[in-house]
Design a binder for this molecule. Structure first.
Ligand code: SF4
Length: 478
């Protein structure tokens, strides 16, 4: 039985009793005059506003019939409220005419127990071994996964961390996911590896050091790109890289331009001519290795194969961040020398060709559960329509990548969504906007809630179950 002065919110399984003027546990719903309302306004994307431009609240005089008939306004799921417990139509089922097509968009906020973030961190520094546990606040929230070209990858969250561990693990996972998806900075610790500050759209900070550049390529690719420009300036170039260290005199790129042999020896495992694996252990040093002194990867020079006193050597990392110049002495031992003026542009060119290092956060979630019944009485038909491409899935208006195969598993760049689109419920689970858009006839054929369809003007005028406050923002570019 509800306490006398409280009413029950049923927008998620927690079922809070909320006192007059107070908010529920997730801070997203409140008791306002004896009615449960969504605390945040519904976000409408308005193409007439510049990116980032915002009108709050939505101003009625700004609307005109012509605009409302077109594709300029899009009611997003941000602030819409949920369909939970999924027996009723979604909070908004909006009709609009888009390029002459009578279109319906079903708008909701989805509660995702099956969700996580795929995080791409542009750095060749070694953050941790593949499969190493990633922690936030000391709790396991994900793992390191297969690295990509110039980037380290993390897989965070997912149903096992949200629901399958301790309460603290679930809470820490939910907190970290929500913050990352709202483009806030989160400190992650990797077992046996680094402490990384990750923020969508910002440079990663690895063990206190802000990463500036994403490498130009692996050591072999760097040689392919720049060998011709180094020729005549130096006798040998070694591009130090944790994965593929390149040696210009042996590399195919050097061979075809007639680069003479130097008798150099590299200590790693030779893959193909001029390409070496495992020259050192992974780390935070040169080219994502653990070395601070690049000479440690060199063996004895071979006089019969071109080594001679006075031979010049450039050693450089794949970002140009590390570079050193040497000259072989009478004993064929490299001795450090100041970088010649003529070589400085060559090193700078590597750095110039690097892109800024960024963190990318992709929210990945399964939208194929019971929330489909907020769209249609026959949920599998929605899945089929989405898979067939007749129904389009967006999150906060941002086009989602749909994973092939069964279900509706989507992935979206959080920076394409309106700011602060993500919330949570203490089950724990992440809450995020979700919209399905399709022609009206498709919607009705798949068993959609035809009686719930309202034109966009009526929606903006009347509001919905959880309130009638709207704000308009300019959509993100693209
Ligand atoms: S946690 Fe939020 S959505 Fe869930 S019942 Fe409480 S107030 Fe409602």
């Amino acid at each position: 039985m509800a306490p006398a002065d409280k009413i029950r919110c049923d927008a998620c399984p927690v079922m809070c009793y909320v006192a007059e003027g107070r908010r529920g546990a997730c801070d997203r719903y409140a008791n306002e005059d004896g009615r449960i309302v969504r605390c945040d306004p519904v976000t409408v994307l308005d193409r007439r506003l510049a990116e980032g431009g915002e009108v709050r609240p939505f101003l009625q005089p700004d609307w005109d019939g012509e605009m409302l008939a077109g594709a300029d306004l899009f009611v997003s799921g941000v602030g819409a409220g949920t369909t939970y417990p999924d027996f009723k139509p979604a909070p908004f089922v909006v009709s609009r005419e888009v390029e002459g097509v009578d279109t319906v968009t079903v708008v909701t906020e989805a509660i995702y127990s099956y969700c996580g973030a795929k995080v791409k961190i542009d750095t060749d520094r070694h953050l941790g071994e593949e499969r190493a546990i990633v922690r936030a606040g000391g709790e396991a929230i994900g793992m390191v996964m297969t690295g990509e070209y110039g980037s380290q990858m993390l897989s965070l969250g997912g149903v096992d961390h949200l629901t399958g561990g301790s309460k603290a693990e679930g809470r820490a996972t939910c907190d970290a996911l929500m913050a990352l998806c709202n483009a806030e900075a989160v400190t992650l610790e990797i077992d046996g590896g680094s402490r990384v500050v990750v923020q969508a759209g910002a440079a990663p900070v690895v063990d206190g050091q802000r990463e500036e550049r994403m490498r130009v390529g692996c050591g072999s690719a760097t040689i392919g790109m720049f060998a011709a420009q180094w020729q005549g300036l130096v006798d040998e170039v070694v591009v130090v890289d944790d994965h593929i260290t390149g040696v210009v005199s042996e590399h195919q790129a050097g061979k075809v331009i007639g680069w003479p042999g130097t008798g150099i020896r590299i200590k790693g495992r030779r893959s193909t001519p001029g390409r070496y694996f495992q020259v050192a252990a992974p780390g935070l040093g040169w080219g994502g290795t653990d070395i601070e002194d690049p000479l440690t990867i060199l063996g004895d020079w071979q006089p019969g194969k071109g080594a001679r006193p006075g031979l010049t050597l450039l050693m450089v990392s794949t970002t140009g961040e590390h570079a050193a110049y040497y000259v072989l002495d009478a004993d064929l031992t490299p001795q450090p020398h100041a970088m010649p003026e003529s070589l400085i542009p060559a090193v700078r060119l590597i750095a110039e060709n690097c892109e800024p290092a960024l963190c990318t956060v992709m929210f990945c979630a399964g939208a194929g559960g019971s929330l489909r019944s907020g769209v249609t009485r026959n949920p599998v038909r929605l899945t089929r329509a989405v898979q067939a491409g007749t129904a389009r899935v967006t999150l906060g208006g941002a086009q989602a990548f749909l994973w092939p195969g069964g279900g509706i598993t989507v992935m979206v760049d959080v920076l394409k969504m309106p700011g602060m689109s993500f919330g949570y419920v203490p089950t724990p689970a992440i809450v995020a906007p979700l919209e399905f858009t399709m022609p009206r006839d498709v919607y009705l054929e798949l068993g959609g809630h035809g009686g719930a369809i309202r034109p966009v003007a009526q929606v903006l005028d009347e509001g919905g179950e959880y309130g009638d406050i709207f704000r308009a923002i300019g959509p993100k570019a693209g």
